[in-house]
Design a protein around this ligand. Sequence first.
Ligand SMILES: [Zn+2]
Length: 157
Amino acid sequence: MPTVVHLRQGAERVLPVTVQRFESGEVQVESLRVTRFFGTRMVLASGPVSSSGRSPGTPSNYVCQIAFYGVKDLNAGPSVNDNAGVRCSCQGYRFYFDFANRKAGASHGARFTPYVRKTTTIPPKNPDQIPGACKHLLTFIQALNNSDFFVEKKRRQ
Ligand SMILES: [Zn+2]
């Protein structure tokens, strides 16, 4: 199952433009909430993000969710090498990565309502079905990296 590192690499292969937009800093994380599920060893980070580089007529606010599965020590935090399941409410995520991530076990939360193409067909936007992340999720992952969220970061302090 993919990790956040794999999802970043997938974004670079499938949608380099979203990586450029992420790197240009056009997405801001508005707030970040972390929930620990001790029974299932899952840590869920979620929160709203906003984007300044949007095309006219499209919404600027989305919700990102990143779940880390099988976390060894929930109090210490997830590892960057833990399996991650993601979801973003934007159209880019839905069309490029929802299907691929679901298939790879890297998806979190409810299925998007199917669009015109049946989900049994290969989405044309990502024909190799490479799991990945949109610019909102990449920004969200970076915000987690910059905080003391990951256990690797805590060890360095
Ligand atoms: Zn997104």
